[in-house]
Design a protein around this ligand. Structure first.
Ligand SMILES: [Zn+2]
Ligand SMILES: [Zn+2]
Length: 141
């Protein structure tokens, strides 16, 4: 599959990489749409304070489930979904009180961990939110 990599500010490459394997608690998502956020532009200009290079971008995303891990329930093959891009510890005070966006170890896909700018993306089912079946953003163009 193709994966986007920004190797330095303003330098975007597309690399051929293996489709990721999923764990029993993950789903594989065929990526359909990715938003370009203001923060992505900061990364492009080398002005994002918490991002180093190389980085695969993509944190505002929609797609379709194409593989489900053994332990995953409540989702179906072909379901349209979006992904919460925060990667959190689950243990600190904010996490334990549902304020994971304030996690003391907060990382965000596309900045401090690999983003979704690829044909497929493996992610914990706990990070996946269903989208309506008639979602306009998901129509093929
Ligand atoms: Zn954003
Ligand atoms: Zn935390």
């Amino acid at each position: 599959m193709l994966q986007q990599v920004m190797t330095a500010p303003g330098v975007i490459e597309f690399r051929e990489v293996e489709i990721p394997e999923i764990t029993d608690d993950q789903v594989l998502i065929k990526i359909m749409k990715i938003g370009v956020c203001g923060s992505d532009i900061h990364v492009y200009h080398g002005k994002h304070p918490f991002t180093s290079y190389p980085v695969t971008q993509g944190h505002e995303v929609s797609g379709m489930i194409v593989k489900l891990g053994k332990n995953v329930t409540g989702f179906t093959y072909g379901q349209k979904v979006t992904i919460q891009p925060q990667v959190v510890c689950g243990k600190c005070y904010p996490c334990r009180h549902g304020k994971y966006n304030l996690c003391e170890e907060l990382k965000v896909m596309g900045f401090q961990t690999t983003g979704t700018a690829s044909h497929y993306f493996a992610v914990d089912a706990a990070k996946v939110t269903p989208l309506p079946e008639d979602s306009h953003s998901m129509k093929e163009q």
